[in-house]
Design a protein around this ligand. Structure first.
Ligand SMILES: Cc1cc2nc3c(=O)[nH]c(=O)nc-3n(C[C@H](O)[C@H](O)[C@H](O)COP(=O)(O)O)c2cc1C
Length: 186
């Protein structure tokens, strides 16, 4: 079972769900994990409850909504892999600092404790600004892999980086073999 954790990059949630769909079509079993933001924020892109329901229907199982429900993903109910998609600047900062105060960061902490690997799929308007140090910290941390990303709009959003969602299955396969898919920056 692979955990598929959704964070509050609301404009990329549909792309993340498409990526999850491709992984399921390729035979993966996914457990959806929702950040508090995703589970609790209605935006112009989607209603929180509708989105979580779509993800749960796609994965065929109820998702993880709380820190208490994510904690057993350590010793009691270990995952094979964890994908954080999309991964916000906020969640990357938390992971870089070792914070554990959301269902997603709890799942990450539990999973790393088991010596397992995590695929991060960043989408953040300030990944090359305030978030750049967090990217650097995570890029050299054992067990952390990234999906290749690009500057999606260098002119209007000069500090933005967004994962290439079409490369998630390839990055996932590479991670299973202990390899970072490159080039990291497209
Ligand atoms: C409409 C909307 C779109 C957002 N898009 C992004 C985004 O693409 N990337 C990002 O890092 N934060 C984005 N945010 C901000 C995050 O939702 C916010 O930092 C939140 O605290 C993230 O929490 P989480 O990482 O626990 O999901 C957006 C917020 C809103 C309201």
């Amino acid at each position: 079972m692979t955990g598929f954790a959704f964070c509050g990059s609301h404009c990329t949630l549909d792309a993340a769900l498409d990526a999850a769909k491709r992984l399921i079509a390729a035979g993966e079993e996914l457990l959806p994990i929702f950040s508090y933001t995703v589970a609790g924020t209605d935006t112009r892109f989607s209603k929180a409850r509708d989105f979580c329901k779509r993800a749960e229907e796609l994965c065929g199982t109820r998702g993880i909504y709380t820190i208490a429900d994510a904690e057993p993903l350590g010793p009691a109910r270990p995952l094979d892999y964890l994908i954080i998609c999309p991964c916000t600047g906020n969640t990357m900062a938390r992971l870089a600092l070792g914070l554990c105060d959301t269902p997603v960061t709890m799942a990450a902490k539990a999973h790393l404790r088991n010596g397992k690997s995590i695929l991060l799929c960043p989408a953040s308007n300030d990944a090359l600004g305030a978030g750049m140090k967090n990217l650097a910290v995570l890029a050299v941390r054992r067990g952390i892999y990234f999906t290749p990303m690009r500057q999606d709009d260098p002119k209007n959003k000069p500090f933005s980086l967004v994962t290439d969602f079409s490369l998630i299955p390839d990055a996932f396969e590479a991670m299973k073999n202990g390899t970072q898919l490159r080039p990291l920056f497209l």
